[in-house]
Ligand binder design. Structure first.
Ligand code: S3P
Length: 468
């Protein structure tokens, strides 16, 4: 039975490391596969979404070996999603060795590529496949097949790709016949790291220099990692340029812990009385940590300690210290017990906290005053309609929540009560509701919880270990 019962917690204490970063793991696999030679990915996220990326690359003929065998048991989704050789989820991290054959080393796939639930896989692969001289089809699960793809199809077509999709080019499956691409200058209508990365990847195959301009800064993992493999990328605030035709070279990548996974526990520690936790090895890239800023404004006690950098290319850095390609990492110390006050979140704040919206809503239910989150319309087209999902389910728990077209308004300081709630098979909704359950009176039953395996296998084990 795919549900869990969670009771009110008395305390929340201990230390743990979150699973490896999902966005960075996807990119490490894709960039390594397009490089010449061997790459090693240490601390790779072994979850359903990133397994979809590994399996997709395998279907394109890339040799990928998993080195550290899984050790800890954890619930599997049981649908065989992700397929291929590493479909069973026993641990959230492992090590991969990838034997890349270069930009043109991919082979035409023998079947349709299943991206599962992963929007990142589908959108980034659209960029890669647009420049490869063969036919391919990308599909996904029921949720992914309802997510908009015209946002990648429009720019990729401008670059010369032959690319089409269901329902007047809006939704997956996507069919691609790769062509010679030309560079474009593209102003993105929405801030999306997936769209930006799809264009930059296609830009690797294009003749000339491709330029992307973002409306607001979205996560910049591609811009940080791709140059470490040898790509020529220039970043100036919201303008990113990439030169086509540059060969990439295999690399050793160490993936930091995922801030978006840590976020659930940060909020738990702030809300459950008598809490104190240390979350180790968390990626704190400023394009991802908008939630920290919001929580600090709310009065939360969170300390970043042991700040350091993980370098993707230490060799280059030794030659020239200016050449740093990597990610900032820290340990997060969070202590509960502080009174929180409401916060106002606007459109420009959203990209840096796009995946933290569900858990921010939970924090807002316990803050003095009315929290409003606006300019978050993108949340309606994630793995589920996250605005509707959080409004509906928090209301079932007694939350005073008003659903807005582009966000939410939440009156805080109300008591939450246990209820039966739905995850909509969306991993982040399942985890956010689990945190709400820790502070709700009585018992909460959450349906559809195996969806946590999309990004965080082992989530409930850690939750159980930390809550008193
Ligand atoms: C991601 C980008 C974001 C984010 C998603 C991962 C990425 O999506 O919500 O979970 O890895 O590039 P959008 O690009 O749609 O904002």
């Amino acid at each position: 039975m795919d549900r869990i019962e969670i009771s009110k917690a008395k305390g929340f204490k201990g230390e743990f490391s979150p699973p490896p970063d999902k966005s960075i793991s996807h990119r490490a696999v894709i960039f390594s596969s397009l490089s010449k030679g061997k790459s090693i990915i240490k601390n790779f996220l072994r979850a359903e979404d990133t397994i979809s990326t590994v399996n997709a690359m395998r279907m394109l003929g890339v040799e990928i070996t998993e080195v550290s065998p899984p050790t800890h048991p954890s619930p599997s989704r049981g649908e065989g999603k992700g397929g291929g050789e590493i479909s069973e989820l026993r641990t959230s991290n492992s090590e991969l060795i990838i034997n890349g054959q270069g930009l043109y080393g991919l082979k035409e796939p023998f079947d349709v590529i299943d991206c599962g639930n992963s929007g990142t896989t589908m959108r980034l692969f659209s960029g890669v496949l647009s420049g490869n001289p063969f036919f391919s089809v990308l599909t996904g699960d029921e949720s992914l097949r309802q997510r908009p793809m015209s946002r990648v199809i429009i720019p990729l077509r401008q670059m010369g790709a032959e690319i089409m999709a269901r329902f007047e080019d809006r939704y997956p499956p996507i069919a691609i016949r790769g062509r010679r691409l030309k560079a474009i200058k593209y102003t993105m209508p929405v801030a999306s790291a997936q769209v930006k990365s799809a264009i930059l990847l296609a830009g690797l195959y294009a003749e000339g220099e491709t330029e992307v301009i973002e409306p607001f800064k979205s996560r910049d993992h591609t811009e940080r990692m791709l140059p470490a493999f040898g790509a020529e990328i220039e970043v100036e605030d919201l303008h990113i340029k990439i030169k086509g035709g540059t060969e990439l070279k295999g690399l050793e990548i160490h993936v930091p812990g995922d801030f978006s996974s840590a976020a659930f526990f940060i909020v738990a520690a702030l809300l459950v009385p008598d809490s104190e936790i240390l979350i180790k090895n968390v990626g704190v890239n400023p394009t991802r940590t908008g939630l920290l800023e919001a929580l600090k404004q709310m009065g939360a006690d969170i300390e970043l300690i042991n700040m350091r950098d993980i370098s993707f290319n230490s060799e280059l850095r030794t030659q020239n210290s200016e050449l740093f390609f990597g990610e900032p990492v820290a340990d997060l110390y969070c202590k509960g017990g502080k009174e929180l006050k409401a916060v106002q979140v606007t459109k420009e704040d959203i990209p840096a906290m796009i995946d933290e919206f569900p858990v921010l809503c939970v924090a807002a239910t316990q803050a003095e005053g009315v929290t409003t989150i606006r300019g978050a319309g993108e949340l309606r087209i994630k793995e589920s309609d996250r605005i509707k999902a959080m409004a509906t389910e928090l209301r079932k728990m007694g939350g005073e929540v008003e659903e807005l077209e582009d966000g939410m308004s939440i009156r805080g300081k109300g008591r939450l009560r246990g209820a039966t709630v739905e995850s909509y098979r969306d991993h982040r909704i399942a985890m956010a509701l689990s945190i709400a359950a820790l502070i709700a009176d009585g018992k909460t039953t959450i349906n559809g919880v195996s969806s946590v395996n999309i990004s965080f296998p082992g989530f409930f084990e850690i939750l159980r270990r930390l809550s008193g």
